[in-house]
Write a protein that binds this ligand. Structure first.
Ligand SMILES: NC(=O)c1ccc[n+]([C@@H]2O[C@H](COP(=O)([O-])OP(=O)(O)OC[C@H]3O[C@@H](n4cnc5c(N)ncnc54)[C@H](O)[C@@H]3O)[C@@H](O)[C@H]2O)c1
Length: 384
């Protein structure tokens, strides 16, 4: 199949690489031709390293890169069976690209968006034939992260959903199906990983290093929340939090934090500016965490129970099924365990009690327990 990729930035080139590696002819478009060139140069360097490591032969690498054709007009996408858009995160610009694609591509072609935060139904709504529009959401770096969220718009035909899913599965990716709601699965369920950690810091319970130590050493997470936010970039992570908060009609559960806002405003964006929650300059001293076990366990428990609550609520609202919610968090953001499986292991009643304790102390809606968990306790149910 011929695959079109629009946008040759960090996501677009990664998606093009996956498609080409899976023997599809790829047509890559970007309004900035220089970006295509730079991205293809970078890709050539990546493959040179992969050849050195013995992952590919020089011939295979040449064939993969050779399957990606840069194009300078969308008209060249006419023969594609699938077009994936990965351009700037702006609804009006995306709508305009999709309405152009409708005129160019055959009626059989699936039109997909890789958007992280925009409604697929809104993009589809701009089209004359919205039933073939769908969200296919890769994670960064796309060639390495196994998870892909498949997001039908409310207008998408079932046949398009099945075709898209089986196509992306055939690329060796793990697909999960999610409703077209803000943050889909991962960017919704993961909010407390950052938000609750920031809250714990703001209350003076622990510093960044201690929270990160607790989450990695005791919680088993690959990266602590502050290290991860510095890695993602405080500007990017803050923007996602703010957009999810607004998209949920300002539900206090998703309230952004002033600490992150100030870091972002100060230009303390993280690794990319050598200063975030931590100092990344050569002479910087590594902050020492307070390795108090009791404090560490309390930090992990509070963040974890908020994550479990979020995952349970996503299930309650039919955002996805329980298997897909757990897969999304283990394969999209490398959590050590699926959150619902984790809840079973801890005990649902213990989760409800902790959430109620937080809600009683704070009297904030942020800590309200999902009805999913409460009902499960009443009926002595577990997730699995
Ligand atoms: N970066 C991530 O971690 C990540 C993860 C998942 C999804 N996404 C989503 O993927 C999309 C792209 O993100 P990115 O990080 O690759 O951005 P990026 O800024 O690296 O690349 C975007 C590219 O799109 C090009 N572009 C802009 N308008 C265009 C148009 N009208 N037609 C063609 N090309 C155009 C730009 O020149 C740029 O090269 C966004 O929708 C984003 O939400 C990003």
């Amino acid at each position: 199949m011929k695959v079109g990729v629009i946008g040759a930035g960090s996501m677009g080139i990664g998606i093009a690489q996956i498609a080409a590696t899976n023997k599809n002819d790829v047509f890559l478009f970007d309004t900035n031709q220089d970006t295509i060139k730079k991205s293809l140069d970078k890709l050539a360097k990546i493959f040179a390293r992969l050849v050195e490591k013995g992952k590919y032969t020089a011939q295979e690498s040449k064939a993969i890169i050779g399957r990606i054709t840069p194009i300078d007009t969308l008209d060249n996408l006419a023969d594609c069976g699938l077009v994936i858009e990965a351009i700037v995160e702006n609804l009006d610009v995306k709508k305009s690209v999709f309405t152009q694609l409708e005129e160019i591509c055959s009626s059989e072609c699936i039109l997909a968006s890789n958007t992280s935060s925009l409604a697929i139904s809104a993009i589809a709504g701009a089209c004359k034939n919205p039933e073939r529009v769908i969200g296919i959401h890769f994670f960064n770096p796309a060639p390495l992260m196994p998870l892909v969220e498949i997001i039908p718009a409310i207008q998408t035909k079932e046949e398009i959903v099945l075709k898209s899913k089986s196509f992306i599965d055939s690329w060796g990716k793990l697909t999960v199906l999610t409703k077209d709601t803000p943050g889909f699965i991962v960017n919704r369920v993961a909010r407390p990983f950052y938000g609750e950690a920031l809250r714990i810091y703001e209350e003076g319970i622990a510093d960044f290093a201690t929270i990160d130590w607790a989450m990695t050493e005791i919680g088993g997470f690959r990266m602590g929340p502050f290290t991860l936010m510095d890695f993602i970039g405080n500007d990017v992570n803050y923007a996602v939090t703010e957009s999810v908060f607004a998209a949920f009609y300002y539900d206090p559960r998703y309230k952004p934090s002033f600490t992150q806002k100030r870091h972002s405003e100060a230009g303390w964006l993280g690794r990319k500016t050598k200063r975030g929650y931590y100092d990344y300059t050569d002479s910087a001293e590594t902050p020492i965490p307070n390795k108090d076990k009791e404090l560490g366990e309390e930090i992990v428990w509070r963040i974890l129970v908020m994550l479990i609550n979020e995952a349970a609520d996503a299930l309650f609202l039919n955002i996805a099924n329980k298997e897909d919610i757990d897969t999304a968090m283990t394969k999209g953001v490398n959590y050590p365990k699926g959150l619902l499986k984790w809840a079973d292991e801890i005990g649902i009643n213990k989760c409800v009690n902790k959430l109620d304790e937080l809600h009683d102390i704070y009297r904030e809606d942020r800590y309200r327990c999902s009805l999913q968990l409460r009902r499960m306790v009443m009926k002595s149910l577990t997730f699995y």
